[in-house]
Design a protein around this ligand. Structure first.
Ligand SMILES: [Zn+2]
Length: 177
C-alpha cells in the first residue's frame, strides 16, 4: 500500500497533467494508486514532481507522460541543480561518498582478512589535509579549502600538505600508524 504522501502527490501530478493536456484521460483511483507506487520508490517532494510535469510538457513531443517519464524529468532537474552548486559543495559531497566507500572497502577487507599491503590506498583516512593550510607556494590553500592547481580545485592534495596533516594528527597510543 502506498503512503498517503505518495497518493496525494500522484493525485496532484495527474491533475496537473489533465490541466496541461486536455486530452489526458481522467485518472481512475487505480491509476492514482499505481502512480503512487512509483512515487513511493523515490524521495521526490511533491513540488519536484509537479515541476517535472512542467518540464515534461515544456519539452513537447506527442506522448502522454507515464510515471517513469515524470520521475526521469525530476531526476534530471535534481541533477542539474546539483551540478550548478558551487564546486566546493560538489567536492564536499564527493568526498563524503569517497570516505563512506573507503570505510566500506576497509570493513570488507577486514572481513575477508585481506592483506593490508594490497589495499593501503583504500585505507580510511586517519588524517585530513583539509584541517591544515597547504604549505605549497603555488597553492597556499587555507584550512577547509581544497588545494588548487592553476586556480582549479584539485582532486587530491599537495604532498607537503598531506605531510603537514600527518605530522599534526594524533597517533594512537603506542601506535606508529
Ligand atoms: Zn595545496
Amino acid at each position: 500500500m502506498s503512503s498517503r504522501r505518495a497518493i496525494e502527490s500522484a493525485k496532484q501530478v495527474l491533475a496537473l497533467c489533465s490541466a496541461t493536456d486536455p486530452w489526458f484521460p481522467k485518472p481512475s483511483q487505480a491509476t492514482v494508486l499505481a502512480w503512487a507506487e512509483h512515487i513511493d520508490r523515490t524521495n521526490f517532494a511533491r513540488d519536484e514532481l509537479l515541476e517535472a510535469v512542467r518540464t515534461f510538457y515544456s519539452a513537447g513531443g506527442d506522448c502522454r507522460p507515464r510515471p517513469g517519464d515524470i520521475i526521469n524529468a525530476a531526476k534530471s532537474t535534481r541533477n542539474d541543480r546539483f551540478m550548478r552548486q558551487p564546486l566546493e559543495a560538489i567536492y564536499a559531497h564527493r568526498d563524503a561518498i569517497d570516505e563512506r566507500l573507503a570505510g566500506r572497502i576497509e570493513e570488507t577487507a577486514d572481513t575477508l582478512s585481506l592483506d593490508r599491503a594490497i589495499e593501503t590506498k583504500y585505507r580510511r583516512p586517519d588524517m585530513n589535509p583539509l584541517t591544515v593550510p597547504c604549505p605549497y607556494d603555488g597553492c597556499r590553500a587555507i584550512p577547509g579549502k581544497r588545494c588548487t592547481s592553476a586556480r582549479q580545485p584539485m582532486n587530491g592534495y599537495h604532498p607537503t600538505r598531506i605531510d603537514a596533516a600527518k605530522a599534526g594528527r594524533h597517533l594512537p597510543p603506542g601506535g606508529t600508524a
